[in-house]
Design a protein around this ligand. Structure first.
Ligand SMILES: N[C@@H](CCC[C@H](N)C(=O)O)C(=O)O
Length: 266
């Protein structure tokens, strides 16, 4: 069977996007892993399935390359708005609204949540900051922006071995759903960010990571909204005030459309 897909990315965070609005597509974890494989499949940081929505124009389902579902993806949300023109998107992490102006897409996400059981964290602890440490990384803010994030603020971002610490923190038993790990350096209100994504590893950019980090930086009075968050793949602008929705603005790029022979996948 041939399956049509779009290869898209937001700041180098890349996606296989399958438009299943007209014809249902049923994918299991093994097929997701095979499609996401960069050598034997198409390769991507996340696989996105667009379906007809019940509460919104479209519904977006997200899988990480480990085959497990995720509840939010900021960079992919911009791609879905750009591809479909849909003004509203239903996700497991909440309803999103989107608008495209010139070549930039803005997405409004629901307000962040901070309670330990909303992250979730196994024990009833403070979350801003969370009193935990892993080697040189300590006292992060825990924020749920539709998916769970930790945000560590450090003096020297390049000195952090995120490839080693990321998987340890992601799978710490304190986080029953595992967690995305962000490390940020702030200079003169500008944020530089690297993210270890749950189920995906190091990526060039993470939209929800940028939102969680801007929220944490504004909360700690390290930055003022709108915050520019620079990642290896480029910069997002994030606006937020306490109690309000989060606004993320950035590009979405369509690279090519292809057909994959599902029977040829490992
Ligand atoms: N790349 C994304 C986040 C994707 C999901 C994440 N790995 C999770 O498991 O929550 C983004 O741009 O937000």
């Amino acid at each position: 069977m041939k399956l049509r897909f779009h290869k898209m990315h937001g700041l180098g965070n890349d996606f296989i996007v399958i438009d299943a609005r007209r014809q249902p597509v049923d994918l299991g974890g093994a097929q997701v892993r095979a499609l996401c494989d960069r050598r034997e499949g198409v390769g991507c940081d996340q696989l996105i399935l667009i379906e007809p929505g019940e509460k919104a124009e479209v519904r977006m389902r997200i899988w990480n390359p480990d085959g497990k579902p995720a509840s939010a993806c900021g960079n992919a949300a911009r791609c879905v708005v750009s591809l479909t023109g849909a003004p509203t998107i239903e996700t497991e992490g909440g309803l999103l609204t989107g608008v495209t102006v010139d070549d930039m897409v803005s997405i409004e996400l629901p307000p962040p949540r901070f309670a330990h059981d909303q992250i979730p964290i196994a024990d009833p602890v403070d979350t801003r900051p969370l009193p935990m440490a892993w080697d040189q990384l300590s006292a992060p803010d825990a924020v749920n922006v539709g998916n769970p994030h930790l945000v560590f603020f450090v003096d020297d971002l390049d000195a952090v071995p995120l490839g080693d610490l990321g998987p340890r923190i992601e799978t710490d038993p304190a986080f029953p759903d595992r967690i995305n790990v962000n490390v940020a350096e702030v200079n003169d209100g500008k944020v530089r960010l690297r993210t270890w994504e749950r189920g995906a590893g190091l990526t060039r950019a993470c939209g929800t990571g940028a939102c969680a980090t801007a929220v944490a930086a504004i909360g700690r009075k390290l930055a003022i909204s709108p915050v520019e968050v620079e990642m290896d793949g480029g910069t997002l602008e994030i606006s937020w005030a306490p109690g309000q929705n989060i606004l993320m603005r950035g590009p979405a790029t369509h690279v090519f459309t292809g057909d994959i022979d599902m029977d040829a996948l490992a």
